[in-house]
Every structure is written in C-alpha cells, then in structure tokens.
Design a protein around this ligand. Structure first.
Ligand code: ASP
Length: 313
C-alpha cells in the first residue's frame, strides 16, 4: 500500500449565519475552500513536502477576498491591515512566524521564509518587512488589501465600541475568518500553516494566536499537526494547538478525543469561541469547533473531498 497523505484547510470559525447566506456566496466559499485543498493535494500526490502543500493551500485563501487573511483582511482601529501568520514543520520542529505585517501580499510565505532563511522564529512589524524585502518579497500597498465590506464592518464595530471576531456574536457584521492548513506528506512529515488579519477594530499592535507557535499553529512528526481559529486572547492562554499534541503524546488520546477535549473543555468554559483542524500521522483528519460553524475542507490520498461550513453538517 502506498504511503497515505492528507490535507485539510479552514477559512475561520466566524461563519456567516445561515439566514444571511446566499446560494451565490455559499458556492463561492465552498469552491474556494475546495480549490485550496486541491492545490495542496496536487503537490502532496507528487511527493512534495507537507509544509509546501500547506502554504500553497493557505495562499489560495489569502488571495481570496472572502476570508480574513491577505486580501480581505479585517481593518484595525486606524483603518489599516495588520496581518499575522505562522508555520511549523514537524520533522525538526522548525517554525517561523510574523506579526503586524502591513505590506506583504502573502504573509504565510514570509513566515515560511523566516523559518528557512533566518536564525529566528518570530519577526514583527517593520523589522519583519525589512527582512521580507531583503528576501525578495515585493512591497504591496495597503490599497490592495482594502475591501468595502471590511470598511463597513469596522465602522459598525467602532460605533458599538467593540472589537470582533465572531459572526454568531455580531450577526450583522458579515465577517469571515482566519485561514489555515494542516498536511501529512508521503514521507510522513506533518506541517501546519495559519494566516490572519486578526480581529476588526484591534489597536495598540494587538497580536493574536495565529502568530504564536503552540497557540495557533503546531506540528510534530509521528503525532499531529494543528491550525486554529477563534478569539486569539483565549487560544493563546490555553496554548490550544500544542495542548492537542500534548494530549495525544502523553495521554495517548486519539485525534478526535484530543481535539474535542481541548475545544469543548476549559477553552469553551472561559468563553474561547472557535475551532481547529488537525491531521495525525496516519492521515486521520479532525475538525473541532464550539462555534456555530467553521469554513473547512479536506482531501486525502483516496481522493475523498469534503467541504463544510456549519457545525451540524
Ligand atoms: N485567531 C485570530 C486572532 O485572534 C482570529 C480568527 O481566528 O479569525 O487573531
């Protein structure tokens, strides 16, 4: 039997309410999610590395205005885009992360370059962008990221004096989510990649879990790769992604038990709304969420494509 491989993506846990979903939007979202896993799967089938597949899948979602990452990122209090991203490769437990990125089209590629071409794990703000330009990334104007919908969303949050993540909490808010991917390649490598614009109306250089290895992103060969989405303030404090891995490693829980314990446990009690995607060393995929939905898709070596939005699907 040939070596299994698998890939899963998410487009965020802040899903649009059913009553506000149109057939056109539903189709656009599901097609983009499918395109993302297919881009990763095409690489995995030819024997490519798990991280390359995860990054390619995330790039498809970053390039779409539908999701809160890259193009389509939410706006900060000062009407700017400030993006966070991270990657982890499970073989050597290498990792790269960036935060507060304003002028790079695909922050996920920059996070990967930090992992591969710097001595460091995490670079932020102007320094991260200096590193980016020195390493061949183009300067992208803020205008590229700007969408009318995000501006309206910011104005509504400002009026209410709130900052926001979840469609279910602020149903009039029409917002989408952070994106991420996890992959298992034919060599048995596990990798995870996560990218976001963060939360609407954020200020003071706020950074969420998406940039934090162990909170938003984690991968460990022989065990599991995890990418999360949700209110980062909770996911950081509960070190969500590495907690899933720790439960599997020490408690010998399977991927289903570990993900559900973390997402439905103390995190939820504390108010940490959100979800995660995970793939284990055998290619089993699990989606967990305590929100009303999470944009998600997966594809495995048997060519089984799955695309879902709501929690009860
Ligand atoms: N986790 C992200 C953050 O807190 C937001 C999201 O998942 O949509 O920045």
């Amino acid at each position: 039997m040939s070596q299994p491989f698998a890939i899963a993506v998410h487009g965020g846990a802040g899903t649009i309410l059913r009553e506000q979903m149109t057939p056109e939007l539903h189709q656009e979202i599901t097609e983009t999610l499918a395109r993302a896993v297919q881009a990763g799967e095409t690489l995995l089938r030819t024997g490519a590395d798990a991280l390359d597949a995860a990054v390619v899948a995330v790039k498809v979602l970053e390039d779409s205005p539908l999701f809160n990452a890259g193009k389509g990122s939410v706006l900060t209090h000062t009407e700017m885009v400030e993006m966070d991203a991270s990657v982890m490769h499970g073989k050597q437990m290498d990792a790269g992360a960036v935060a507060g990125i304003k002028h790079i089209k695909n922050p996920i590629e920059l996070a990967k370059d930090v992992m591969l071409d710097s001595e460091h794990v995490m670079l932020i703000g102007e320094g991260a962008e200096k590193f980016a330009f020195e390493n061949g990334h183009d300067y992208t104007e803020q205008d590229y990221f700007y969408t009318e919908r995000r501006y309206e969303q910011l104005m509504s949050m400002k009026q209410k004096g709130q900052f926001a993540l979840s469609e279910s909490k602020y149903p009039d808010d029409k917002k989408y989510g952070t994106v991420g991917a996890v992959a298992l390649d034919k060599q048995g490598n596990l990798a995870a990649a996560t990218s976001t614009g963060g939360i609407t109306n954020k200020q003071y250089g706020r950074v969420g879990d998406t940039a934090i290895i162990g909170a938003g992103t984690f991968a460990e060969n022989g065990n599991v790769a995890v990418s999360t989405t949700g209110m980062g303030e909770y996911f950081i404090r509960k070190t969500v992604a590495s907690d899933v891995a720790a439960r599997m490693r020490y408690l010998k829980e399977d991927i289903h038990q570990a993900c559900e314990s973390v997402i439905q446990g103390e995190l939820k009690t504390m108010g940490g709304e959100g979800g995660l995607i995970a793939v284990d060393a055998q290619g089993n995929i699990h989606f967990a969420m305590n929100s009303s939905g999470m944009y998600r898709a997966s594809l495995n070596s048997d060519n089984e494509l799955l695309v879902k939005i709501y929690a009860d699907e």
